[in-house]
Design a protein around this ligand. Sequence first.
Ligand SMILES: *Cc1c(COP(=O)(O)O)cnc(C)c1O
Length: 423
Amino acid sequence: MNYLNTSNPSEVCSFKEALLNGLASNKGLYVPEQIPVLPTSFFDSIIDMSQQEIAYEVLFPFVKNEIPSKEFKEIIEDTFHFPIPTIPLNENIFVTELFHGPTQAFKDIGAKFMAKCLNYFQEKDTKSTVLVATSGDTGSAVANGFFNEVGVEVRILFPKNKVSPYQEYQMTSLGKNIKAIEVDGTFDDCQALVKEAFSNPELKQRYKLTSANSINIARLLPQMLFYFITYRNMKQNKLENNLVISVPCGNLGNLTAGLYAKKMGLPIHRYIAALNKNDAFGDFLNSKTYQPKETIETISNAMDVGNPSNIERIIDLYKNNSNELRCDIKAYSFSDSETLNEIQNAYEKSNYILDPHGSIGVLALKNNLNTNEIGVALETAHPCKFESVIQKVIATYPNKEVDLKKCSKTSIQPKLDLLIMEL
Ligand SMILES: *Cc1c(COP(=O)(O)O)cnc(C)c1O
């Protein structure tokens, strides 16, 4: 499979190059040259397949000729070993829980898959350094995904006093090849430092710097499995017809993976992009022109993105048919108070605790599901990651206990020469 650059279609590269480069030239993103269509026999037998078996069939075409089947099976075994269940909230609304990985957010899957692929391509006796800036969730997923990988050092930059204590714990308690660096500044300072390091060719070469942020195609492709596994789960209950999947969206990576899954033949009736007040994508669907917006802070903070990067990949996927795009996806946006109300409502009516992101997913279904449709919202994080939000409407929600003695971090001012000493 070749990968193309969305801003320069004549630039063709391999999966390995797309993985190592992360971002293509001219700020373009890598996309698969074509999306393979799976045979109907696959969908007939999916009901009896394990998560790993489904993952192998779906993902192998994207790496064929570069990773041998046996090694790829091992990567799959290591990535898809925790459960991805689909749970009913009522007769026609369900949630698929994507939070059973080590850091309780869906990003665990993409981070682990990328780590294993990088490890496969790593030349013997060389070391590469993954450098990532985080406002919270990405850092912990990347830290856990790459923990103990031979030949890969991970450096995570996070803004001092601006991540939750639990997120900080998740990044600073691992040790070994993971080093957490607290930057006396904002998330933007962290991001700027990372960009400065990457734009220095000498530095990039000396440390073999690689990025693990969410625009990396190797983090996006495995997320297609959320949709295939949801479909299998629903089919096991004979509820697979007219499925509508509601995706809590930030950078639109998860939704893009869902659209790729549909292109592969997965019979999803339609998608809903569930948004908080950061609704640039909704405006785009309504107006046909895309205008980035200022980011607004909300309680579903992993979705606080004013200029979602994967919109490029979605536009590219539907470049010949923008009407089809508007049939496949509808977008709905909700406020913080609506989000909190739904957390309370799901707890009282269904005895289920939603996190703020999943709550928006469920709200979007409640607002526009037709009577002949069955809806599934993706639960993208465990509610325990947002305990102070949950406690506003569920007073008895417990606090987590973390062992701060296990934590270690270094602190720097946002300056490149200080960062270099930590690499
Ligand atoms: C990252 C994240 C999202 C947004 O996913 P995108 O792929 O960026 O659209 C939603 N919910 C949670 C909990 C996340 O961590």
